[in-house]
Design a protein around this ligand. Sequence first.
Ligand code: NAD
Length: 483
Amino acid sequence: MQLQPTASHFINGEYVEDTSGTPIDIIYPATGAVIGRVYAATPAIVDQALASAEAGQRVWAKMSGRERGRVLTRAAMIMRERNHELSVLETHDTGKPYQETVAVDATSGADALEYFGGLAGSLTGEHIPLGEDWVYTVREPLGVCVGIGAWNYPTQIACWKGAPALACGNAMVFKPSETTPICALKVAEILHEAGLPAGVYNVVQGMGEVGAALVRDPRVAKVSLTGSVPTGKKVYAAAASEMKYVTMELGGKSPLVIFDDADVENAVGGAILGNFYSSGQVCSNGTRVFVQRGIKETFLTRLAERLKDAVIGDPLDEATSFGPMVSEAQMNIVLGYMDKGVEEGARLVAGGNRLDRDGFYLEPTVFADVRDDMTIAREEIFGPVMSVLDFESEEEVIVRANATEFGLSAGVFTKDLSRGHRVIGQLQAGSCFINSYNDAPVEAPFGGVKMSGVGRENSKEAIKNFSQVKSVYVRMGDVESPF
Ligand code: NAD
């Protein structure tokens, strides 16, 4: 399979190369081998991408919603047909096991294209009667939108931002994370194969400075970022100075609350999904696992037993269920947190080490007896490190769960459904779960509160975030003026 992309960028409907930009090696996380290279966009490439988006958007916005929807739906079909190849590519880009990528990445990207493709024909305004006068509203596109991605879900992020933007009649310039540059190019290629007019979805490579250049360009109307809180603050500030719209999908340190009466197997399964899927590199992970004292020992015992079933190895082997970290840098950050956990007195009950093999592999790691003030309970780790904290009462756990600057997700496991709803109702988070964890269907809004973000992706909410409303007052009679 061809891993080296045809060229670094995709602009105006075709691949574009410019080797004068900073080289970015593409590293396969399972081996550490360089499998390809792209070049960061130069100012000339950034300019070309934005100019092509501006021109493409004018063509695209003139098409009917149904016509736009047809292109997106066709792209979704192509993505599904090519799921295997796209999943192998995603595995090379990120190191995530094929077992995951084949089930989640291109398929959830296709879900977004299909869902927003379906909505595109029904994006209408309102009619507001005012006696004999009336107002009508028009839902208009914003213009050129910039998407900036993180490295954990490169295909999904490219689609979650692109699909609603395009459904509303916008054009997009997407900058993938420099750590995972491959997959977004395939999304662009497929969209154009499905009939997208040239220039409507462009991809440019580069580090933060390329993202920053896109954000500050006056041709850009909106920025949708998936990334960390520190980057989010910079991008939000830059966008605010030009009064641009933003969607910010940022980090988290989400609570997963397990009550005594919970089904233990389901709670352990939820905690595994919410900490070790994608080797823990998921923004919405429930990394503060609050376990009520009565169930603590049973929970930890079953967790330890089930961790032994993790198949750690070659991500391309379908049996593998736990792969490497995305990069050496991220692995070292996580190792630092593992050391910190031990240093600050948390009880290491599983893992804690790098694996003795090529690539950036860490062990799934669990700390018990974690206190709220420990670094591992306060900071986003973005790796396979679960912190288990004890609690006694419902009131206490709600206060402690909310004592964080983040507010992306929250989960509750209990058989008492009224308690489940009561507790979730008081947790400060945007994407919540009762007796489940980390489901992200495109039909449901996704996003955070507090420092975890602004705006929502997916669902009809995303339409609001990629369009603006024009209201038109229509007077049927004469104008009455004072003089
Ligand atoms: P990051 O913040 O380092 O980078 C994100 C993107 O922003 C990259 O493409 C990067 O090149 C770009 N960037 C960096 N500085 C910039 C600047 N000044 N202007 C414009 N763009 C800039 O994040 P990461 O390490 O790639 O990803 C991990 C983070 O992303 C974690 O905090 C995680 O929680 C978060 N994340 C959030 C979600 C969500 O939906 N809420 C999903 C996935 C990841």
